[in-house]
Design a protein around this ligand. Structure first.
Ligand code: GTP
Ligand code: MG
Length: 309
């Protein structure tokens, strides 16, 4: 389908057009850029919420429960499930599909799994594009599920306006088990599996860790909420707090700061993609060979290439 045919259907919220648009964006190159340029002015209305946390914390179950609750409130939801390994890794993704069947027939819900295959800039780029397309298609909320596995979660958190970090009881006394960097990106903590022993303790520990950091610079104290995602408990409270965070961003300069950081990230990625695309060729290959042979270095080679642009 040509972009001029795809675009009006996408903007009307057609889920099949949206799925095709995301596939097109994933392929990268000039058609992807044409599409993203055309939708850009139509995006920027959705509330983008990232959900991250360790493997098996219940992120997918939580996303499912949040989506059901949001639908009952009449709000539309686009879900991007980011699988850093493979779309065919089996269990988790298959389980997610089955779990999400209750949502499948609903035109107010869109679900997409992303895998790390593909283009330059990788998963975080592809995720940001998918979210922009969901946003342009008019969905009220975009939920991004990503497993907390390192730098990726921080990159993806950058695409989200509100980041929910999911933990489970049983951190014990080892508060160090909360990875460095995670505290900084969390706008909301959920202690899921609160039907298990030790949930209260984990909630208390997280709250005191947050207090140790002193009053937050932006005036937002991340709430710590217990939940039993598998039983739908605590879900309404999470939505209320996410809404409150969105309001907080709009009231302060938080939204602007976020929008600036996101725009800068988008521009940086675009410059990188276009520059490399233009520079690849015989001269590029010759420089690679020189660097391999240690007859040249990457910095001098980069200067040479950019000078030629
Ligand atoms: N007891 C209990 N189990 C839960 C709860 N929420 C989810 N689970 C179970 O925990 C397991 C993992 O849940 P998922 O939702 O797949 O977790 P995830 O974080 O998405 O896992 P990955 O995507 O593989 O990292 C499943 O067996 C869920 O049924 C909860 O609140 N209480
Ligand atoms: Mg999952």
């Amino acid at each position: 389908m040509r972009i001029p045919d795809l675009l009006p259907r996408l903007l009307a919220g057609d889920r099949r057009a949206l799925a095709r648009a995301i596939s097109l964006a994933e392929q990268g190159g000039p058609p992807a850029r044409e599409l993203l340029a055309a939708v850009y002015p139509h995006a920027g209305r959705a509330h983008i919420v990232g959900i991250t946390g360790p493997p098996g914390a219940g992120k997918s179950t939580l996303v499912n429960a949040l989506a059901l609750e949001l639908r009952s409130l009449g709000r539309t939801v686009g879900i991007v499930a980011v699988d850093p390994t493979s779309p065919f890794s089996g269990g988790a993704v298959l389980g997610d599909r089955i779990r999400m069947q209750a949502l499948c027939g609903d035109p107010g819900v869109f679900i997409r799994s992303m895998a790390s295959r593909g283009r330059l800039g990788g998963l975080s780029r592809a995720t940001a594009d998918a979210v922009a397309l969901i946003d342009a298609a008019g969905f009220d909320i975009a939920l991004i599920e990503t497993v907390g596995a390192g730098q990726g979660e921080v990159d993806i958190a950058r695409a989200a306006q509100t980041t929910i970090v999911v933990e489970v009881p049983g951190m014990g006394d080892d508060v160090q088990s909360i990875k460095a960097g995670v505290l900084e990106i969390a706008d909301l903590f959920v202690v899921n599996k609160a039907d298990r022993d030790g949930a209260d303790k984990t909630v208390r520990q997280l709250r005191s860790m947050l207090h140790l950091g002193g009053p937050p610079a932006d005036g937002w104290e991340p709430p710590v909420l217990p939940a039993v995602a598998s039983a739908g408990q605590g879900i309404a409270e999470i939505i209320a707090e996410a809404d409150r965070h969105a309001t907080h961003l709009r009231a302060g300069d938080g939204a602007d700061a976020h929008a600036r950081a996101a725009a800068e990230g988008d521009l940086r990625a675009a410059v990188q993609e276009l520059a490399i695309e233009r520079l690849r060729g015989p001269a590029w290959d010759a420089l690679v060979a020189k660097i391999v042979a240690r007859r040249g270095d990457p910095y001098t080679a980069a200067e040479e290439l950019l000078g030629a642009l």
